[in-house]
Design a binder for this molecule. Structure first.
Ligand code: TXA
Ligand code: MG
Length: 315
């Protein structure tokens, strides 16, 4: 299949209206989208990503009025989160409207909704005229795509259209909050932090899920480069032929002695560069990546979540 690379959202939207799948940029990571009401198109996403069929997708909107089309019985909390954080890197889980086909939600009676703030994403969804079901645009288990070249690497020749955009602003996926559970729960931490959410409702919690996870996606090994990822608190001395990523690392030590390194300015910069660095390491054929651990607060909670998953640690 020939993959058309376009920069006009309207051109990309035409493919959606013809029941096709299109990759598009957002402010978090690239998404692989289809019309949520088109079951056949939604099923193509699962096949393309090799994604287990019990792992539901996020439905993307361009206007808050579309929430009413997708959901019923919105709680006060859901309404507040939508008012405060849409558009932006936050996904809310709410009760699903029956008109939404089961394919996108993997048969659950809840639905994940997000309204991207990225101008190009928003304009694309608007042109489509329908909400867009989309997981991250990477093969299942691989690091999410934060640059156009990553989408091309995973899906060139497999999808008919990629909408090009800049490297993504935040670099990791949205914060997911389940508003349907008795205690509202962060199922996936992101750049909208637990502290910010607790400022809205102090009950909101983040807990390590034992047994069957509520968010099916959290059960699988994720975000992993081909290299082995090892976590270290400090890089006191460089350990040898490997790649390193951390915050304020001593560049003199790394310059000539390791294969690749990334020195990040702060947590936000670490999040922005993490998957990008993983992908770069894969291209360079690196065997071991040492990643510096950070405190599990603020964006640090999201970084540690992605790092632990990349090491294969179950939690
Ligand atoms: O930033 C993002 O969220 C990106 C961009 C493209 O918007 N999307 C993304 O989608 O990361 P995906 O499919 O890779 O991750 C969606 C997560 C999965 O862990 C999935 O299990 C969970 O959201 N999820 C979706 N619907 C759910 C539901 N009804 N109940 C619980 N978890 C749900
Ligand atoms: Mg994903």
């Amino acid at each position: 299949m020939h993959t058309r690379i376009v920069n006009d959202p309207a051109e990309a939207a035409d493919f959606i209206l013809r029941s096709e799948v299109v990759a598009f940029p957002t402010e978090t990571v690239y998404g692989l989208g289809a019309n949520v009401f088109d079951e056949k198109a939604v099923r193509k996403i699962y096949k393309l990503k090799k994604r287990p069929s019990d792992n539901p997708l996020i439905v993307h909107i361009s206007n808050t009025s579309q929430v009413a089309l997708l959901s019923v019985e919105l709680s006060e909390l859901a309404l507040t989160l939508i008012r405060k954080f849409f558009p932006g890197p936050l996904t809310v889980i709410v009760k699903k409207n029956d008109i939404v086909p089961d394919a996108a939600t993997a048969g659950l009676d809840t639905i994940a909704i997000r309204m991207p703030s990225s101008r190009i994403a928003s304009s694309f969804i608007k042109k489509c005229g329908v909400p867009i079901a989309a997981p991250s645009a990477n093969l299942s288990g691989s690091p999410s795509a934060t640059g156009f070249e990553h989408v091309l690497h995973d899906f060139s020749g497999k999808i008919p259209c990629i909408l090009i955009g800049p490297r993504t602003k935040y670099g990791i996926e949205s914060t997911v909050v389940d508003c349907t559970s008795t205690i509202p729960t962060v199922l996936r931490p992101g750049v909208i932090t637990l502290e910010q959410l607790k400022g809205i409702d102090k009950q909101i919690s983040y807990r390590k899920i034992k047994g069957r996870a509520k968010s099916p996606g959290t059960r699988y090994k994720h975000y992993a480069p081909k290299a082995r990822v090892k976590l270290l608190k400090n890089f006191s001395t460089v350990l040898g032929q490997a790649a390193y990523i951390g915050i304020n690392i001593k560049e003199e030590e790394f310059k000539d002695r390791c294969m690749l390194y990334k020195n990040c300015e702060d947590e936000a910069d670490y999040a922005r560069n993490l998957f990008y660095f993983f992908r770069q390491c894969d291209v360079e054929g690196i065997n071991t990546i040492y990643a510096q651990t950070v405190e599990e607060k603020g964006i640090g909670l999201a970084i540690m979540n992605r790092l632990k998953k990349a090491t294969g640690v179950k939690f």
